[in-house]
Design a protein around this ligand. Structure first.
Ligand code: SF4
Length: 352
C-alpha cells in the first residue's frame, strides 16, 4: 500500500494524471501518513506557483431569488420559507466601495438565477464598478444565461465567471436537478464563457447523493478538457427546507483529498477553500489551504441580508461585518504561515 500510494502521488506530481482505480484507492485509504504526503505534495505545488500567498475575493450575494429548483439548494424557487431579498445597484456599489477600502481587488457578484436583473442591468452594474474601481476584477456568478449575454457582460468589463458544472455525468445531473435543467446546457455555458475569453471557474459538490468515484472521475475528465482557471469544490451540506433534508452531509476528508488531487492536476488553477468547508469543519479553510487551496472568499454583503443567503444549514460568517471577516481570515492565514496577497490574483496565464 505504501508503494502504491507513493506511485499515485508521483503520477499526480510528475504526469498530472490519475486513473479511476487510483482515485478509488486514494479516496478509500484511511492511513493518515499517506494522506499527509498527498497534502504536502499539493501544498508544495501551490507554493511553487503562487508563493505562500492567499487571494481574497470579496463576495457580494446580491439576490437570493432564483427561478430554479435544484434539489440540494436552500434558496431554490420552491422554498417558500426562504426570506427573499435583492440589493439595489446603489447597495452593490456601496459594497464594492467598502471592499476596496478593506483591500479587496476582486468583487464576486453572486446570486440565484434571478431574471429581475436584465442583461442591461447587469451590464450597467459592471460598468459602474469598473469605472469606480478600474484596478479591481469583476467576477460574475449568476448562473446560466445566453452566449450573447455572456459576451455583453465581458465587453462591459467582467473578466471572470464562476459556474459549477455540479456533475459532468448526465444521469447524476438529473438526480440533482429538475427536468428543466440539463448537464448539456450547463456545459454549453462553460464552453461559451471560455471561448468568449473569461477566466472560467467550474466545480462540484463532494458527497451529493448518487455520487460515486466514477462520477467524480468524470468531473476530472471534463475539467481536463475544459481547462478552467478556477475550480471550486466543497462538501455537500443539507438544508432543512429542501427535498434532501435527510441526506447525509459530504465528507471533509474526501473534499480535502480531492482539493489536493485538483491542485496537482491543475497546478496554476485558483482553488478556494470554501465557506462550506469552513462550515463542515471549524478549521476547514485552514486545512483546505494546507491541502493546496489558495483563495478565500470573505463576505462583503450587508450584514442584514447575510443570513438570508443560506444554500445549506449552519453557514458560518453570517453575523459579522465585512471588516471583521477580513480580520478573522487574515489572522487565520497568518497562523498557518501564509499572508494575504495584495494583487488581483489572476490566473498566471492571464497576468499582464
Ligand atoms: S443552486 Fe443555484 S441555480 Fe440552483 S436553486 Fe440554488 S441558486 Fe438557484
Amino acid at each position: 500500500m505504501e508503494d502504491l500510494y507513493e506511485r499515485i502521488v508521483a503520477d499526480l506530481k510528475q504526469k498530472q494524471t490519475i486513473s479511476p482505480e487510483d482515485l478509488k484507492t486514494l479516496l478509500a485509504d484511511r492511513e493518515e501518513t499517506h494522506e499527509s504526503r498527498l497534502f504536502a505534495a499539493a501544498r508544495e505545488r501551490a507554493v511553487q506557483t503562487f508563493g505562500k500567498q492567499i487571494y481574497l475575493r470579496g463576495l457580494i450575494e446580491f439576490t437570493n431569488y432564483c427561478k430554479n429548483d435544484c434539489y440540494y439548494c436552500g434558496i431554490r424557487a420552491g422554498n417558500a420559507r426562504a426570506k427573499r431579498y435583492r440589493l439595489s445597484e446603489e447597495e452593490i456599489l456601496a459594497c464594492c466601495n467598502r471592499g476596496e477600502t478593506l483591500g479587496f481587488r476582486t468583487f464576486v457578484l453572486q446570486g440565484g438565477e434571478d431574471p429581475f436583473y436584465s442583461d442591461d442591468d447587469i451590464c450597467g452594474i459592471i460598468e459602474k464598478i469598473k469605472k469606480k474601481h478600474p484596478d479591481c476584477a469583476v467576477t460574475l456568478s449568476i448562473g446560466e444565461r445566453s452566449r450573447e449575454a455572456y459576451r455583453r457582460f465581458f465587453e462591459s468589463g467582467a473578466e471572470r465567471y464562476l459556474l459549477r458544472q455540479e456533475t459532468a455525468n448526465e444521469a447524476h445531473y438529473s438526480m440533482l436537478h429538475p427536468p428543466a435543467m440539463s448537464a448539456e446546457n450547463r456545459k454549453r455555458c462553460l464552453w461559451d464563457l471560455k471561448e468568449i475569453g473569461y477566466q472560467v471557474g467550474c466545480g462540484f459538490l463532494v458527497g451529493t447523493p448518487g455520487q460515486g468515484v466514477s462520477e467524480i472521475y468524470e468531473d476530472l475528465i471534463f475539467m481536463q478538457e475544459l481547462q478552467p482557471q478556477m475550480i471550486g469544490i466543497g462538501p455537500y451540506l443539507a438544508h432543512q427546507d429542501t427535498p434532501w433534508r435527510d441526506k447525509p452531509d459530504g465528507n471533509v476528508t474526501d473534499t480535502l483529498r480531492l482539493l489536493s488531487v485538483l491542485r496537482l492536476l491543475f497546478p496554476k488553477a485558483l482553488l478556494p477553500a470554501t465557506t462550506a468547508l469552513g462550515t463542515a469543519d471549524p478549521k476547514g479553510r485552514e486545512k483546505g489551504i494546507l491541502a493546496g487551496a489558495n483563495v478565500l472568499m470573505p463576505n462583503l454583503s450587508p450584514a442584514a441580508v447575510r443570513e438570508k443567503y443560506l444554500l445549506y444549514d449552519g453557514k458560518i460568517c453570517t453575523g459579522e461585518e465585512a471588516a471583521e471577516c477580513v480580520k478573522c481570515l487574515s489572522d487565520r492565514i497568518e497562523q498557518i504561515g501564509y499572508t494575504v496577497a495584495e494583487s488581483r490574483g489572476d490566473h498566471p496565464d492571464f497576468c499582464q
